[in-house]
Unconditional design. Structure first.
Length: 248
């Protein structure tokens, strides 16, 4: 029986399938960064961006429930981002909860994107989360977009033995991980109507001595840590290339 250290060392050797997945993560990151704010072209990302915003807002809602708030509703607007309306709760927890949720969702989806079976499990969890958002939805856009990822995942689950499902899950993971960065850019550069959570939190905490850029960068670095942990964990966990049948 090989020592534990040697076994871990052996499992850290990146397989061809894992290397391909890492290339996809890098490609998605570059593509999303290029497309996110280019006029007209950025509309390609719009439905996926709104899904990412909804996961972010769901983080606010769950944190609100955990701190005793009453959730009035969740609204998403393609031009204004999203807002979770609640009464009560602890703003020191509920405000950063959106970015933390984006980072956690991003890390988990990237981890699951390395494996078809893990992507199926994540797809079920994501579908349940979208149905939770549907329960709190207060406008038609939010209701429609709640069903959008469920429909895509159901099709990809059925199509070609689910071979493409993990690439969609991986893409949404990268989108979610990048949310903190682009939310602050939208607020500070493009000046959307709803303030970013970083702007609101900077006013609440330390009386603006630490500006929104500081909090935005901090939460973005938090997302990068989750990405690194997710990739490292996936390399250790998923070693059999046969678990990911190639798309045909």
């Amino acid at each position: 029986m090989a020592p534990i250290g040697e076994e871990i060392q052996a499992r850290l050797i990146i397989s061809q399938d894992q290397l391909q997945t890492i290339y996809f993560i890098a490609g998605y990151t570059v593509g999303i960064c290029l497309l996110w704010s280019i006029p007209f072209v950025k509309e390609i990302l719009l439905p996926f961006k709104i899904v990412t915003v909804m996961l972010h807002e769901l983080g606010h809602a769950v944190a609100g429930l955990m701190t005793g708030a009453k959730i009035k509703g969740i609204e998403v607007n393609p031009n204004e981002g999203g807002v979770t309306k609640m009464v009560g709760g602890n703003p020191y927890i509920t405000l950063p909860a959106g970015y933390i949720a984006s980072a956690v969702w991003g890390g988990i989806m990237i981890f699951a994107g390395f494996n078809v079976l893990a992507s199926k499990v994540l797809a079920v969890i994501l579908a349940i989360s979208m149905l939770m958002t549907l329960f709190w939805a207060k406008n038609w856009l939010t209701r429609i977009v709640s069903l959008f990822p469920i429909a895509i995942m159901a099709f990809l689950w059925w199509f070609n033995n689910s071979a493409y499902l993990r690439y969609f899950v991986l893409f949404m993971g990268v989108m979610s991980s990048l949310y903190a960065l682009w939310d602050v850019i939208d607020d500070l550069v493009l000046r959307k109507v709803n303030e970013s959570d970083a702007s609101q939190f900077s006013k609440l905490c330390c009386r603006n001595k630490l500006g929104p850029r500081f909090w935005g960068v901090l939460w973005f670095l938090f997302s990068l840590i989750f990405i690194a942990v997710a990739v490292f964990a996936a390399i250790l966990a998923f070693k059999d290339d046969g678990l990911n049948p190639p798309p045909s």
